[in-house]
Write a protein that binds this ligand. Structure first.
Ligand code: HEC
Length: 236
């Protein structure tokens, strides 16, 4: 094969490689202070993704402002973007439940209702009796915390029952968080507590009865000893 033929057969990137091998287009090595900046493709792709994510975020922030009819004097700040969060918008985020039941919504649910819901939407990950699987074990384990193999579950570990409502409502089922109604969260919380022997089969839980449950491990947390921490007791 002659030299020309060989070249003609190369892919389009070949001439560049060829030049580089003669030094014509080779990048000069980094001689600045500190380590050479990383220019590896993954770093560049990551940077591009970050830029794209920031752009998308900026769009999201701008859109509600555009959707609203701008009224006189309503524009905010230097750039005239956004609007003060409405009470309705804040309500969507303000869903935390205090350890003693502060913020628990009206409504309620029974162990029986919770069992049906659990079997349909939770058992695939947490096991039919809460024994765990893809998801954490939710039941049993009492008396194991001081052993070499502590089994932390809702029953053996959690100090407060209202935070169970908070966790399930905010985060579960893992594939569809915040899809359950408040009544459904009460019901499935009741069932998880029932699996742990903490409420009877015929129990119905609402804000008052959920907050009244004394979790077995409540007294066994130690207080935060740092001197600048006020209200150190978790037992109140
Ligand atoms: C697709 C799997 C999946 C499904 C379905 C699912 N979970 Fe979970 N769940 C998980 C995983 C994984 C964790 C651990 C999450 C973590 O630690 O960040 C978890 C954690 C939990 C915890 C906290 C356990 C602990 O002690 O920290 C509770 C309670 C819980 N899930 C309840 C439920 C309930 C109730 C349902 C049904 C409404 C449900 N889960 C459905 C996967 C799932």
């Amino acid at each position: 094969m002659r030299w020309h033929d060989h070249h003609a057969a190369l892919p389009s990137s070949a001439p560049r490689l060829h030049r580089a091998s003669h030094g014509a287009t080779r990048l000069r090595p980094y001689r600045g202070p500190g380590p050479a900046p990383s220019q590896s493709p993954p770093a560049l792709i990551f940077a591009a993704l970050v830029v794209a994510a920031l752009a998308a975020l900026a769009l999201l922030l701008v859109m509600p402002a555009q959707a609203q009819e701008p009224k006189q004097g309503q524009k905010q700040g230097r750039y005239g973007l956004g609007h003060p969060a409405t009470a309705e918008e804040i309500k969507g985020w303000d869903i935390d439940i205090g350890r003693n039941g502060e913020g628990l919504p009206p409504g309620g649910g029974t162990v029986a209702q919770g069992r049906a819901l659990y079997d349909a939407q939770c058992a695939s990950c947490h096991g039919v009796r809460g024994e765990g699987g893809l998801g954490d074990r939710l039941a049993g384990g009492e008396g194991t915390l001081a052993s070499a193999k502590p089994v932390k579950t809702v029953g053996s570990y959690w100090p407060y029952a209202p935070t169970l409502f908070d966790y399930i409502r905010r985060a579960m089922p893992l594939t569809a968080p915040q899809s359950l109604t408040d009544d459904e969260v009460y019901a499935v919380s009741a069932y998880v507590l029932n699996l742990n022997g903490l409420v009877p089969d015929n129990a119905r839980l609402d804000a008052k009865s959920l907050a009244a449950i004394r979790m077995p491990n409540r007294e066994r947390f130690t207080a935060d000893p740092r001197p600048d921490v006020k209200d150190v007791s978790v037992r109140k």
